[in-house]
Design a protein around this ligand. Structure first.
Ligand SMILES: Nc1ncnc2c1ncn2[C@@H]1O[C@H](COP(=O)(O)OP(=O)(O)OP(=O)(O)O)[C@@H](O)[C@H]1O
Ligand SMILES: [Mg+2]
Length: 247
């Protein structure tokens, strides 16, 4: 354990530093306290899994960590930037630059090729076409998907689609990758391939936070955080995370 979580030095810089995060949804005249004050520090190169029953607040937390939503109360510092000081445009720019998202349902554009799907975030970021193509191909190569660059999502298997979606998440070279049930729609073989890719990204020094219901998926992460009713129940450090010696 001296080495820290998943081979991460205990004093590497925090990528995520959240204190007292609350999120209260208002629906009509009633309110739902989806997050009740969550503290979380995740350091560079760490991987953390979030588990917990349906409705416990996992996706709400990931939405806050991903700057898709703002907390009702609490403080969120990402890579040293206090997000409460940012306006919506600054938040969107930071999100685009710093974070890659992976979703259970892949969320690829159905009419576009794999390459154009991967390049889409660069289009929004104003990157010119030759550079977009170059970077999209590099991201597809990273996940072993370059051969499928011309195919549309319907012409790919679920596992192939998720790898294209991972390439899309990587194309802006984000330090932080957030994934909500990334293997939830996949069979065990395709899910295993996706986990291999995520392990590799973590080994490259990226920070990964993922939600899963599957203990096998969670066992790839250095830490597993358990949520219940809008808070953390506790945390387990995983001793089987590959750090050169194990699995
Ligand atoms: N946009 C919203 N408006 C109102 N309530 C919401 C909204 N999103 C989530 N909630 C509520 O907040 C609570 C937490 O929801 P959340 O989606 O974070 O759970 P979860 O842990 O991701 O569940 P699941 O495993 O089913 O995906 C639930 O009670 C949910 O009904
Ligand atoms: Mg959810």
């Amino acid at each position: 354990m001296a080495e820290g979580r998943g081979g991460v030095a205990p004093f590497s810089s925090p990528v995520i530093d959240a204190t007292g995060l609350q999120r209260i949804y208002t629906v009509g005249s009633s309110t739902v306290a989806a997050l009740r004050g969550v503290d979380l520090v995740v350091r560079k190169g760490e991987s953390a899994a979030i588990m917990g029953p349906s409705g416990s607040g996992k996706s709400t937390l990931l939405g806050l960590l991903g700057l898709l939503d703002r907390p009702t109360a609490g403080r969120y510092v990402i890579q040293g930037t206090d997000t409460s000081t940012l306006d919506d445009d600054e938040l969107a720019a930071l999100r685009n630059r710093a974070i890659g998202f992976i979703f259970q349902a892949f969320n690829l554009l159905p009419a576009e090729s794999a390459e154009d799907n991967v390049a889409a975030p660069l289009l929004y970021a104003g990157v010119r076409r030759p550079e977009r193509q170059r970077r999209a191909m590099a991201a597809l190569e990273t996940v072993g998907s370059a051969d499928w660059r011309s195919r549309r999502p319907t012409e790919l298997s679920g596992g192939q689609q998720q790898r294209v979606a991972i390439a899309r998440a990587l194309v802006g070279d984000p330090g932080l990758i957030l994934a909500d049930e990334p293997t939830g729609n996949l069979d065990s073989v395709s899910g295993g391939e996706v986990l291999d890719v995520l392990d590799r990204l973590r080994d490259e020094g990226r920070t990964i936070v993922l939600i899963t219901h599957d203990p096998t998926v969670a066992s790839h992460a250095g830490r597993t955080l358990r949520m219940s009713d809008g808070g953390f129940l506790g945390e387990e450090l995983c001793s089987t995370e590959p750090d050169g010696a194990g699995a």
